[in-house]
Ligand binder design. Structure first.
Ligand code: GDP
Ligand code: IMO
Ligand code: MG
Length: 434
């Protein structure tokens, strides 16, 4: 039986962690967000409603659960208060369902100023979210930061609002564990953005990996039953940095219209025509169009700016790396529906660097930048799979694609997601789930 489960992003973020955390929360009692700050954006779709969370655990929508923001996070008080107020306006009883660690660190105005990509060439080089994440963690490590327990003693409106929610959260987590409660640790970002294990320096400033769930919450490794990694059926990256399976160039992507501009300028009919044109070019081996199709069908556009995200084929070399770093018990593959209508789908099974074959993920930035993907190809499917509810009802080619990922990665897939809604979730193997 699984009592404690860590959920991490297996790629460069935005893998659909929010959706899966919400889905699995039904069986959980306590949800702990353990790292990062409001650089994260987790989207949860329930019925006709779409919720977007930056700091509050995605478990909050299920009433009667305890949500904890633990010590590994960095919190911008104004953003947190605004997220709380939005939920209170929707009748969520935050006082009963949210607790914040006294030792989480506080993002201050100076951190946001320092991280402004318009003014700081370092932030621009990495393509940070500009939310003050790096500078706040820098102060934490230099032992000059302000922890939430101290922040809330101030006399500001935000401090007053947050004061009743502050507690020493490790005790609460430990007590719940001893009572047999089910605990779900919710990661933000992704393995390849990890400060230690990611594509440094193009990373975030925390440990979004499984180890970070432990230091970030004060929970011991011997008490973890299962760790699952969320992966898209392809891969995306926001911001700068190496990307071996990128389709088209970053410049081509950057120069594309934002989805909002596209929708504004084009009628629905013209938009459908463009989609058809891109699909046709994609199925005629045009790599940039393949990437563009993933972007359009997967709605891969930044939540705030609408700018296009970089897209590429599933990178099994990077996935195997994530499996090793996190000790993954199973994989969750999301957005499989986005691959609908592609004639051929590729999986990267190795890299070539300077003419030599490499079958593991290199840690050297130059090698990561030089890595050329070696692919295996799988036939696609033309059916719409968004209403399918069991693995055996998926088109044979979709089943084969997913089983190929299992075969290469040597880890079972527990969940397949075919759309943003709760109902669009297929449980393939529940052994490693709550
Ligand atoms: P997170 O940061 O890992 O929580 O992921 P985001 O929420 O930033 O991005 C994932 C996006 O894909 C969200 O808009 C989700 O609603 C959406 N999504 C999640 N799973 C699926 C899926 O299986 N299919 C499709 N089409 N969309 C999905
Ligand atoms: P979720 O939780 C995707 C990326 C930024 C940038 C780098 C460093 O939604 O998956 P930072 O502001 O953290 O110093 O930026 O990390 N990044 C993310 N990319 N999803 C995220 O979170 C991210 N959080 C940070 O784009 O490249
Ligand atoms: Mg996101």
């Amino acid at each position: 039986m699984v009592q404690t489960l860590i959920i991490v992003g297996g790629q460069w973020g935005d893998e659909g962690k929010g959706k899966i955390v919400d889905f699995l929360t039904e069986k959980a009692d306590v949800i702990v967000r353990f790292a990062g700050g409001n650089n994260a954006g987790h989207t949860v779709v329930v019925g006709e409603k779409t919720y977007k969370f930056h700091l509050i655990p995605s478990g909050i929508i299920h009433k009667g659960k305890l949500n904890i923001i633990s010590n590994g996070t960095v919190l911008d008080p104004d953003v947190l208060v605004s997220e709380i107020k939005t939920l209170e306006n929707m009748d969520f009883d935050i006082g009963k369902s949210l607790i914040i660690s006294s030792s989480a660190h506080t993002i201050l105005e100076k951190h946001r100023v320092e991280d402004n990509p318009e003014k700081n060439p370092e932030s621009k080089k990495i393509g940070t979210t500009g939310r003050g994440i790096g500078p706040c963690y820098k102060d934490k490590i230099a032992r000059t930061g302000i922890r939430m327990g101290d922040y809330v003693t101030k006399n500001t409106a935000s401090a007053q609002k947050l004061r009743p929610l502050i507690q020493d959260t490790y005790i609460i987590i430990d007590t719940a564990y001893k009572k047999g409660k089910k605990i779900l640790f919710e990661g933000a970002q992704g393995t390849l953005l990890d400060i230690d294990h990611g594509t440094y320096p193009y990373v975030t400033s925390s440990n979004p990996t499984a180890g970070g769930a432990l230091t970030g919450s004060g929970f011991g490794p011997t008490k973890i039953d299962s760790v699952i990694g969320i992966f898209k059926a392809y891969i995306t990256r926001v911001g700068e940095g190496p990307f071996p399976t990128e389709l088209g160039t970053y410049n081509q992507t950057k120069n594309e219209d934002s989805i909002y501009d596209l929708k504004k300028e084009l009628s629905d009919e013209a938009f459908t025509r463009l989609n058809r044109k891109v699909t046709s070019a994609a199925n005629n081996d045009d790599e940039y169009s393949q990437g563009r199709l993933l972007r359009m069908q997967g709605f891969e556009y930044g939540t705030t700016t609408g700018r296009p995200r970089r897209t590429g084929w599933f990178d099994a070399v990077a996935a195997k790396y994530a499996i090793a770093i996190n000790g993954l018990s199973s994989l969750v593959i999301t957005k499989v529906d986005v691959l609908n209508h592609l004639k051929e789908i590729k999986i990267c099974i190795g890299y070539e660097v300077d003419g030599k074959k490499l079958d593991h993920f290199p840690l050297d930035t130059e090698q990561q930048e030089k890595a050329k993907p070696i692919y295996t190809s799988m036939p696609g499917w033309d059916d719409d799979i968004t209403q399918i509810t069991s693995f055996k009802d998926l088109p044979k080619n979709a089943q084969d694609y997913l089983e190929k990922i299992e075969e290469i990665c040597k880890v079972p897939i527990s969940i397949v997601s075919v759309g943003p809604k709760r109902s669009q979730t297929i449980i393939k193997d529940k052994e490693t789930l709550l």
